[in-house]
Ligand binder design. Sequence first.
Ligand code: C5P
Length: 216
Amino acid sequence: MLVIAMDGPSGSGKSSVSKGVARALGLRYLDTGAMYRAVTWWMLRQGVPVDDPAAVAARAGEPVLSVGTDPDAPTISVDDTDVARPIRTDEVTGAVSAVAAVPEVRRRLVALQQQIIGAGGIVVEGRDIGTVVAPDAAVKIYLTASAEARAQRRSKELTGASVAATQADLARRDHHDSTRKVDPLARAVDAVEVDTTSLTLPEVITEVVRIAKGAD
Ligand code: C5P
């Protein structure tokens, strides 16, 4: 069954596009960023020093995640606590790239992601889906947008954040995510790049659906 891998930097529109494409094609939806955020939330709550990779690695096997893949109502919990809201706080956003760079964390989450993908029928968004998690995906999309457009979209989602501050935070996370040693953010050689800078959300969804139908 169809697997659509949707990779790209923060603020490129991956979540809205992935959910829209999943709805349009009757597929499930998996937000792998939410899984890295959930582990980060758990580490912070346990008082693990998230800047210490050895400390994070030592506890990486402990949090138990469960993930719901309905694009109309995706869910995520850790040890039976619903964390959909707390994983979006500035505290988690500020710490997630460091936690996601720890190989033990990635190994565990990639295995869980592959288990959820199973036989397919799913849109999967992240940074390493087309390269590492689902290298055999029939459709690979790499979403991009200018740094300004990405910061503008993100600061609209986060009330009170200035565009300049958001752009600086995105640049910091992109740098961290693209330069880490394990599974860095990268465009798969066989991914189709879609630049969303001057497209509306419905236009991007239509374009990805067209690409997916062509590959089916
Ligand atoms: O997509 P989102 O911005 O919520 O992802 C949060 C962070 O999780 C990213 O900045 C990145 O550090 C990490 N991530 C990752 N691999 C993925 C998805 C997210 O390393 N497949």
